[in-house]
Each structure stands twice: as structure tokens, then as C-alpha cells.
Design a protein around this ligand. Structure first.
Ligand code: LLP
Length: 437
């Protein structure tokens, strides 16, 4: 299976080299060094457009696609999102600050988090963030008091656990009752919060939010979640006397990491969920709310790859072959955390068959620092460039300086085929800049 089956932006050129956005990955590695994240702007913009089009098509434009910044954020990305008419969800002062630094419109920001600090809430109020998704009663009271003291009237959604158990890795599943995120329906706390929000004179209680998990391949849990949420909106109308205008259904749409993955086409997801929304609203007598969706992974995941240089190739007879690269869990902790699948390609031999089965190891001082085990790869030797595909989401954003490895840079291949550095490589000075003598 060749690279292009994973993402539209990938291909193999006449020299048999892997390309992204039409650019030879060996040349990019030569120019910028390794490890290197490369992202394709066209792929990101196409994903944004498909979400925006679905909002037009299925909700008459009465909705918003808000990119989940946690998947990958930097100033250049916020500029692309703004040009594409996207909103964005932020989940920390740092993401908010980055959006602000890029001049991203405050009213299109949604502020999430299960334990927002007073400083973060104050920052959100000051910037005029369009929606704050309140996670718990402590936060509701804190925000109410802050809004009252500053004379602000923030738009508020309540994060609800719809009780849906989406089939995904247990660490990235969030919709069930045993989750640190949001208000449970079963215990009555969600209704208590709704009544408190409705009674507040400072908060504008706009609606509800749910997010059932990530990397989900099924439509059904999304449909169920929409039904549960609209049912609860109807209950709020009956018991608290407010008809909520907005429903944020979160993100979570799966992407293709390996050829065997079969993600739902966004359009089918949008079509079926919008049908469920319309039907539930008709049944409960509610007007169709303004719908928000929050895709993260599916906007940037397939648009990115990581390029490494192969160092040691260690053959342990009868056991396995370790191919070590010059990065690892410090730039991509997903295999160490979730045993995530990835597709590996020897960038200079992308046209050749994968005849070897190897374990790809990082350079961190940790046995579990692996990027994949028993993966198919072309024959490689020290000095070769190895590409890991579909690393655009939750790689750079989850990178660390473990072992004081500097974070790799991010290069964007524009729609015109030109490369542009959008995040520079960390330097040794960056690593010691906070150390005091
Ligand atoms: N909205 C909320 C409230 C979320 O918590 C998330 C993801 C999203 C939207 C975006 O979900 P997406 O469309 O990207 O699936 N680090 C994990 C993923 C954690 C996702 C956390 N929340 C990973 O690397 O797989």
C-alpha cells in the first residue's frame, strides 16, 4: 500500500521519493533538518471547507465549525482558520493567548476546560471570548461572580455528559458518567446547573455542549448523543423555563492512520446527525438550535507528517529489528500513551515494497519510547529519512522536552507549493532559558 492512500496530500514522485503537497520530503529534510514536522496547507483548508459546507448544507448555515486547537495550534494556523471562516475552541490560557496573538476574533472562540483557573476565566472575559463552556458548579459560581464584578455578560454553554460510551481508547473517551468532564444527567447535577445558569443575571445561558470522545469511526454514538442532548434541552425548557438556542456537539471524528482504517465521511456524519437533530426537535417541539461542531484531529491530522533520520538499525536475531530515529516520544508520545497505529515510509524508497517488519524506536532514555512495533517498512539503513504519516494532530501539541530534546520545527507547504517555516526549531538556548543560576 503506498503513502497516498493515507492522505490526499501525499504521493510518490518519479524518483520514488515521498512527497507532501507536491514537495520532495528528502529535500525538505535536507533544508530544515530532522526531526521535522511538515504540514500541507491545502489539506487543512479542504477539511475546513468541507465542515463549513456541511453546516451550510444541513443546518442552513445556522451553525459554526470550531476547530479544536488542542490538536495543533500556532499563530499561522489561527490565520488559516480565520480565513476559512472557522471558529476555534481553546482549552487553556496558552491556547487563548496564541489565538489572541494571531488576532483571531474573540467572538468565534469557545473556551473549554474542566478546571479553568480564575486567571483563565478573567482572561477569557477580558478578551470577550464568545462562549465559555462551563464544566462544573464551582466554575459556574466563580464565573458568575467574575462577570458580575466586571459588568460582563459572557455567553455560556454547560458541558453535559450524555452517557454515551463511544468505542475508542479509554483515555480519549469522555461522554460517559465516569469522566472528569462535565455535568452528569443521571445525578441531577446537570439540571441543577441549568437552573443556576438560567437564574444568573450576568451569564447569558446560550446552550449545551457535549463531546463523546475522539478517533471515533461510528456514526451511531454521535446520533445518540444529539438525541440525548435535545431531550435534555426540552427538559430544561419544561423545568427551568428557558429555551436554549445553541447545541455544541463536540468533535471526535476519526481519521485514517493506516490503510485499514475506515473513517466515516464527514458529510455522512453531518447528514445523519442533522437528521437526528431535526427529528428530535420536531418531537420535542423545540426550534432547531444553532449547531456547533469541534473537529480537531480531522482538520489537521492527515495534513501532517514527521520526518526523522534513521540512526542505528539493531537486529536482534530471532527477536526483532529496532530502527532508531532522531526523535521519538518527545515529539510523538501517542504510541507510548495509546499504542496508536501509524504508517511508516522510508521517504527515499516510497515507491518500493515494504519487505521488512521492524520496531521504530525513539532516542529517549526509556524502553517504552517507541513509535510503532511490528510495522511494515522498506529496507532502511543509517542515514535514511523515515516518514511517519498522519502526525498533524496531537503530535506537536503533545510534544515535550523530555531528555531536553528541543522541539522540532513545523514547515507548512502552501497551496502554491512553497514551503514556509511556521514554528522554528527550539534551540539549546530555549532549553535553558528558564533555568536560573
Ligand atoms: N472538543 C472537545 C471538548 C474535546 O475535548 C476535543 C478533544 C475535541 C473537541 C476534538 O476532538 P477531535 O476532533 O480531535 O477528536 N490526545 C488524544 C486526543 C485527545 C482529545 C481530547 N479532546 C490523541 O492523541 O488521540
Amino acid at each position: 500500500m503506498t503513502a497516498m492512500y493515507i492522505a490526499d496530500c501525499l504521493d510518490v514522485n518519479s524518483q520514488g521519493h515521498l512527497t507532501i503537497g507536491g514537495r520532495d520530503t528528502l529535500e525538505l529534510a535536507e533544508t530544515y533538518g530532522t526531526p521535522l514536522y511538515v504540514m500541507d496547507e491545502g489539506e487543512i483548508r479542504r477539511a475546513c471547507r468541507s465542515y463549513r459546507r456541511s453546516i451550510e448544507k444541513y443546518y442552513d448555515g445556522k451553525g459554526m465549525a470550531a476547530y479544536a486547537s488542542k490538536a495543533f495550534c500556532c499563530k499561522a494556523l489561527y490565520r488559516i482558520l480565520e480565513e476559512e471562516g472557522m471558529g476555534a475552541d481553546v482549552v487553556s490560557a496558552g491556547e487563548l493567548y496564541t489565538a489572541q496573538a494571531a488576532g483571531f476574533p474573540a467572538e468565534k472562540l469557545i473556551f473549554h476546560g474542566n478546571n479553568k483557573t480564575v486567571e483563565e476565566l478573567s482572561m477569557a472575559l477580558e478578551y470577550g471570548v464568545g462562549r465559555i463552556v462551563v464544566d462544573n458548579l464551582t466554575e459556574l459560581h466563580t464565573l458568575d461572580a467574575l462577570a458580575c464584578a466586571t459588568g460582563k455578560h459572557p455567553g455560556v454553554l454547560l458541558r453535559i455528559k450524555p452517557g454515551i460510551d463511544a468505542h475508542t481508547h479509554e483515555f480519549i473517551r469522555t461522554g460517559q458518567i465516569d469522566s472528569k468532564f462535565g455535568f452528569a444527567l443521571e445525578t441531577g447535577e446537570a439540571m441543577e446547573a441549568a437552573k443556576a445558569a438560567a437564574a444568573s443575571r450576568s451569564l447569558r445561558f446560550l446552550g449545551l455542549h457535549c463531546h463523546i470522545g475522539s478517533q471515533i469511526f461510528d456514526i451511531h454514538p454521535f446520533v445518540l448523543a444529539a438525541q440525548v442532548m435535545i431531550g435534555f434541552m426540552a427538559q430544561i425548557k419544561a423545568e427551568a423555563g428557558v429555551e436554549l438556542r445553541e447545541l455544541n456537539l463536540g468533535g471526535g471524528f476519526g481519521i485514517k492512520y493506516i490503510p485499514e482504517n475506515d473513517p466515516v465521511e464527514y458529510d455522512r456524519y453531518m447528514q445523519q446527525v442533522s437528521a437526528a437533530v431535526a427529528e428530535s426537535c420536531a418531537q420535542t417541539g423545540l426550534a432547531t438550535p444553532f449547531i456547533i461542531i469541534e473537529p480537531g484531529r480531522s482538520v489537521v491530522g492527515s495534513a501532517g507528517i514527521t520526518l526523522y533520520q534513521v540512526g542505528e538499525v539493531k537486529k536482534i536475531p530471532g527477536i526483532r529489528t529496532y530502527v532508531s530515529v532522531d526523535g521519538g516520544m518527545c515529539d510523538n508520545p501517542r504510541y507510548a500513551l495509546y499504542k496508536s497505529d501509524y504508517c511508516f515510509v522510508a521517504a527515499g524508497k516510497a515507491g518500493q515494497p515494504k519487505t521488512c517488519t521492524v520496531t521504530v524506536a525513539g532516542k529517549c532514555c526509556e524502553t517504552g519510547d517507541l513509535l510503532g512495533e511490528n510495522v511494515a517498512l522498506q529496507q532502511v539503513q543509517p542515514g535514511d529519512i523515515l516518514a511517519v504519516l498522519a502526525t498533524g494532530a496531537y503530535n506537536y501539541s503533545m510534544a515535550s522536552n523530555y531528555n531536553r530534546n528541543p522541539k522540532p520545527p513545523v514547515v507548512l507547504i502552501g497551496e502554491d507549493g512553497k514551503d514556509r517555516l511556521i514554528v522554528r526549531r527550539e534551540t539549546m538556548d530555549d532549553l535553558v532559558k528558564n533555568d536560573l543560576d
